[in-house]
Design a protein around this ligand. Structure first.
Ligand code: DOR
Ligand code: ZN
Length: 484
C-alpha cells in the first residue's frame, strides 16, 4: 500500500456518536484509513496528536463576510482566517452584501471575491420580493442555500411579502435547497421601533423592547406553514427565545423539514449583561431575559435545535460603540470564538463533546446536503479536522481576533477551557500550533458541487403558481399557450 501523505497518530477521534483512540491516514484531500493506534504503517508526514481530541471541522452555516460593499468591516481573507483559527472548516456566507446576492451576476461576482477563502464555503442566494425570477438562475449559478430576511437587519433589505415567500418556496422546493430564515416579523418591529424612537428612547434595552419574542414566534409559525404547504426545506436562524421552540417543535412533529440553530450569545448572555456591555451586545435578534438560556440549552441537548452557528457579523469598533442603539451595528464576530466557547460549555458539563460534534458538524452537513463529504470522520470523507486541547485555558481577547477590522466581542475577557490547536482543510493544515498557515489563502472551494439534496415532498404543487401559469413547459410555452 502506498504511504499516506499524512498520518495523525495518538489522538482521540470524536464523532457525533462516540469517541475512540485511533490513527488517521490522509491521502490527498480525504481520510483514507482509520485504525487502532500504531496499525496504519508509513506516511510522508507523521503528526503526533497524543493527548489531543480530533473532531470533524465545524461547519458554520451563518457567517457574514461583507464583501462586496462593506469590506471595511471584513473580507473573505480575514473572515476565513478567523474560521481556520477557530477550527471551522466550512462556512455558509450570507447575501446581505452590497449589492445583495440576489442575481446570478451578483453571485458570480461573490464567487470571484471568495477566491481568497482559506476554508471551504457555500454562498447563500437571496430570496426577496423582487428577485423571484432570479431564483432558478441562482441555483444554476451555484447557490448552496437561500436566505430570506423576514425582518430587517444590517443592510436593511426589505422583507418579502408572504405572497412572494410562497412563490419563492415553491420554486426552491423543487431543487431541495434549504431556505434559511431570519425569522423576525418586520412589521411588528418597525411599528414598535417607531414608537420607541418617537418617545426618545435609544438605550441598549430599547432594542430588545422593539423586538419581543412574539416577532420570532409569528415568523417561525408563518414560515413553517409555507414550508409545509410547499415541501420546501427550511432552517430557522439564530433562535433567541424559548417561545419560538413551540412552533418549531410542532412543525417538526408534523413532518416539516425544518431545522434550527442558536448561537453562543443566546446561550451565554442575557439582559443582565446589557449594562456592562452597552451597544456591544446589540444583535438581531436581541439577547433576552435569563430564563431563555436554560430552555435553549435543553433544546440543543434534546435535538429540537440541531445546529450551533455564529451569525458572525463583523462591524468596526466605532460602528459597534455608537451610543444611539438604533444606529449601532448589530452583531459581532463569532466564527473564531465558537469552538472555544462551546468547548468551555463542554468542560462545564452543559453538553457532551459528542453532542457538540453533532450540532457543529454532523447536523449542519446533513441539513445542507454535505454528507458524506463533510461533517464526519470517516473513510472517504474530506480530511477537515479540528484538533483540540480540551485542557487548554485561555482568555478571549478581542485584540487578537483575525477579523482585523472588527475586533469587538461581548466575550472579551471570558476565560475558557478547550481550544483548537490545529485545523486541517481537505488534508492541509490551515492553522498549526495556533498560527495561521499563510499559504492557506485561496485554498477554499465552494461546496455546491458536493451537495446532495433529498428530493422535496411537494404537498400542494398543483396549486403552485408555476403549475397554474404554466411557466414550466420544457419547450418554453406556458400552459395557457398550450391550451390555446
Ligand atoms: O445582528 C445581526 N447582524 N443579525 C443579523 O441577522 C445580521 C447581522 C449582520 O449582517 O450584521
Ligand atoms: Zn446573520
Amino acid at each position: 500500500m502506498a504511504p499516506f501523505d499524512l498520518l495523525i497518530t495518538g489522538g482521540t477521534v470524536v464523532t457525533h456518536e462516540g469517541r475512540f483512540r485511533a490513527d488517521i491516514g490522509v491521502t490527498g484531500e480525504v481520510i483514507a484509513a482509520i485504525g487502532v493506534p500504531g496499525s496504519l504503517g508509513i506516511a510522508m508526514e507523521v503528526f503526533d496528536a497524543s493527548g489531543l481530541h480530533i473532531l470533524p471541522g465545524a461547519i458554520d452555516v451563518h457567517v457574514h463576510y461583507r464583501d462586496p460593499g462593506m469590506a471595511h468591516k471584513e473580507d473573505w481573507d480575514t473572515g476565513t482566517a478567523a474560521a481556520a483559527m477557530g477550527g471551522v472548516t466550512t462556512v455558509f456566507e450570507m447575501p446581505n452584501t452590497f449589492p445583495p446576492t440576489a442575481t446570478p451576476e451578483a453571485l458570480a461576482d461573490k464567487f470571484r471575491r471568495a477566491s481568497t477563502a482559506r476554508v471551504d464555503f457555500g454562498l447563500y442566494g437571496l430570496l426577496a420580493e423582487d428577485n423571484i425570477d432570479q431564483l432558478e438562475g441562482l441555483i444554476a449559478g451555484g447557490a448552496a442555500a437561500f436566505k430570506c430576511f423576514m425582518g430587517n437587519t444590517t443592510g436593511n433589505l426589505p422583507s418579502p411579502s408572504t405572497g412572494a415567500m410562497l412563490e419563492g418556496f415553491e420554486i426552491i422546493a423543487k431543487h431541495g435547497h434549504r431556505i434559511s430564515l431570519h425569522a423576525e416579523t418586520a412589521s411588528i418591529m418597525a411599528w414598535r421601533q417607531a414608537k420607541l424612537m418617537a418617545a426618545g428612547k435609544k438605550a441598549p434595552l430599547d432594542h430588545l423592547a422593539a423586538r419581543p419574542a412574539i416577532v420570532a414566534i409569528e415568523a417561525v409559525q408563518r414560515a413553517a406553514s409555507l414550508a409545509e404547504w410547499t415541501g420546501a426545506r427550511v432552517h430557522v436562524l439564530h433562535i433567541s427565545s424559548a417561545d419560538e421552540l413551540r412552533p418549531l417543535r410542532e412543525a417538526q412533529a408534523r413532518g416539516v423539514d425544518i431545522t434550527g440553530e442558536t448561537c453562543p450569545c443566546y446561550l451565554m448572555l442575557d439582559t443582565g449583561d446589557y449594562a456592562r456591555l452597552g451597544p456591544v451586545i446589540k444583535v438581531n435578534p436581541p439577547v433576552r431575559e435569563p430564563h431563555h438560556k436554560a430552555e435553549l440549552w435543553a433544546a440543543l441537548n434534546d435535538g429540537t435545535i440541531g445546529l450551533i452557528a455564529t451569525d458572525h457579523a463583523p462591524h468596526t469598533p466605532e460602528e459597534k460603540r455608537n451610543p444611539d442603539i438604533w444606529e449601532a451595528g448589530a452583531g459581532f464576530p463569532g466564527v473564531e470564538t465558537l469552538m472555544p466557547l462551546m468547548l468551555d460549555a463542554v468542560a462545564e458539563g452543559r453538553l457532551k463533546l459528542e453532542q457538540l460534534v453533532r450540532i457543529s458538524a454532523y447536523n449542519p452537513a446533513s441539513a445542507f446536503g454535505l454528507l458524506p463529504h463533510k461533517g464526519q470522520i470517516a473513510i472517504g470523507s474530506h480530511a477537515d479536522l479540528a484538533i483540540i486541547d480540551l485542557g487548554a485555558e485561555t482568555v478571549i481577547d478581542e485584540a487578537k481576533l483575525h477579523s482585523l477590522r472588527a475586533r469587538v466581542t461581548p466575550f472579551h475577557g471570558k476565560r475558557v477551557r478547550g481550544l483548537p490547536l490545529h485545523t486541517l482543510s481537505r488534508g492541509q493544515f490551515v492553522m498549526k500550533n495556533r498560527v495561521l498557515v499563510e499559504s492557506s489563502r485561496g485554498r477554499g472551494r465552494s461546496v455546491h458541487t458536493l451537495q446532495k439534496m433529498p428530493t422535496a415532498k411537494p404537498r400542494r404543487v398543483e396549486q403552485s403558481l408555476a403549475s397554474l401559469l404554466g411557466s414550466q413547459g420544457s419547450d418554453g410555452t406556458t400552459l395557457a399557450q398550450q391550451k390555446a
